[in-house]
Design a binder for this molecule. Structure first.
Ligand SMILES: [Fe+2]
Length: 415
């Protein structure tokens, strides 16, 4: 009898254990003041998953329960990879991917949530709906378990931004290359253990590194897609990778550069962006991609000439990128010329933030009239931005690791 009971207890404990969630992230939903998506993974055979959620200050007995939609994920299975100790291995990565779409949430509210029987509490904020919000913006930290200091440098940079901000961000935006190889599942899993992933909603962009495996032969947007639950409102083949969401008074549109390498791919992305811009009205419009608008080393054209026609036509206020590992910001631009603030698009790309894969800046040889500021610290670059939005203006400020302000861009509201 005692033996039978202990077997039952053991199997129950195992069931709870196997329901443990990992690689957990919350992402803004399409209407982020009332929708949040949560993505997490569980072991095969661990059964249906649920989350309990409530405003952060409420008792757990007031929590609501939401069921996850689950499917088998094999996107990262058997990829050639590297362990933290430097050992080469093939990743065994078959698991259940679970997605919860929370709707009907209260705006401007910090929520807590727990997954299955986990006792760990995680948090996200819904978007404020009063026209004010603050976001941290970071990119290019290339999480790589054998070199943990990369990730540490980026997280320390977020600490710096948080202390400058004086209060929590409403969300964190990343502009890509959060993983050295997105095909290496263990990299995402390790990264998402960071407190910033447990305590904030993240809106991300697929970077070329997030899209690649170690061998560079198996590129796929499924690595990014299955590690996030971004809104599924992108165009065919890019659902959950390219997406848009309203964050209070601001429309964010996210692009995938890997799908825009050819002219046909670019045309398809542009057609989708135009469709979104015709339909969705907002006070501010922000477009995000991974690749640089201008090369920070000498000012040469990057993605700018490929997109300026659409951004000019629809009055995109801010274009965000990364990838170059050098910061660059422009004056407001319209028709290839500098215009008054509030009349054009400001193009900004974030620097790297891993203290390791940075680059240096040379003399400006191109577009000297368009580019306002360039910045990098050489191979050991760490920098990131705070975005503050009010009904009057968006302000984007670049800081270095010590919290020194490097650049500030104020974009007045034009709508
Ligand atoms: Fe990068």
């Amino acid at each position: 009898m005692r033996f039978t009971l202990s077997i039952i207890a053991l199997s129950q404990a195992l069931a709870l254990w196997s329901q443990s969630a990992y690689t957990v992230i919350s992402n803004p939903g399409a209407k982020a003041s009332e929708e949040i998506n949560i993505n997490f993974h569980t072991d095969l055979g661990s059964g249906p998953s649920t989350i309990s959620y409530a405003p952060a200050g409420a008792d757990w007995d007031k929590a609501k329960i939401a069921k996850a939609k689950s499917h088998l994920c094999e996107a990262y299975d058997s990829m050639y990879s590297k362990r933290a100790n430097g050992e080469n291995f093939y990743e065994d990565a078959r698991f259940m991917r679970n997605v919860v779409n929370l709707k009907g949430l209260k705006p401007d509210t910090r929520y807590k949530y727990r997954i299955n029987a986990d006792t760990l509490t995680r948090y996200f904020n819904t978007a404020p709906d009063d026209g004010h919000f603050t976001a941290a913006i970071i990119s290019d930290f290339h999480c790589y378990p054998p070199l943990p200091k990369r990730q540490q440098a980026a997280m320390a940079m977020l600490d710096t931004l948080r202390s400058i901000n004086g209060e929590d961000f409403d969300m964190i935006i990343h502009l890509g290359d959060v993983c050295a190889w997105g095909g290496s599942y263990s990299f995402w899993k390790q990264l998402y253990e960071e407190p910033y992933f447990k305590n904030y909603a993240w809106a991300g962009v697929n970077g070329n590194h997030d899209d690649m495996d170690r061998t560079g032969t198996k590129n796929s947007n499924q690595f990014f897609k299955n590690a996030n639950a971004s809104p599924l409102n992108g165009y065919k083949g890019q659902e959950g990778v390219c997406y848009y969401f309203k964050y209070g008074n601001t429309l964010f549109i996210t692009l995938n550069n890997e799908a825009m390498r050819s002219d046909e791919g670019l045309a398809e992305a542009k057609a989708w962006v135009e469709k979104v811009l015709k339909k969705e009205k907002a006070k501010y419009v922000v477009v995000m991609e991974h690749y640089q608008w201008f090369y920070g080393q000498n000012g040469k054209d990057g993605q700018y000439p490929r997109w300026r026609d659409v951004f000019d036509k629809y009055g995109v206020d801010l274009a965000l990128g990364g990838n170059n590992h050098r910061y660059a910001s422009t004056h407001p631009l319209l028709s290839g010329k500098v215009v008054q603030p509030g009349q054009g698009t400001v193009y900004i790309q974030t620097p790297s933030s891993d203290n390791e894969r940075g680059e240096s800046i040379g003399d400006i040889e191109y577009n000297a009239d368009l580019i306002k500021t360039r910045w990098a610290e050489g191979p050991q670059t760490v920098g990131a931005m705070i975005m503050q939005v009010t009904p009057e203006a968006m302000t984007l400020t670049l800081y270095d690791r010590n919290g020194e302000q490097i650049d500030r861009n104020v974009i007045p509201c034009r709508r």
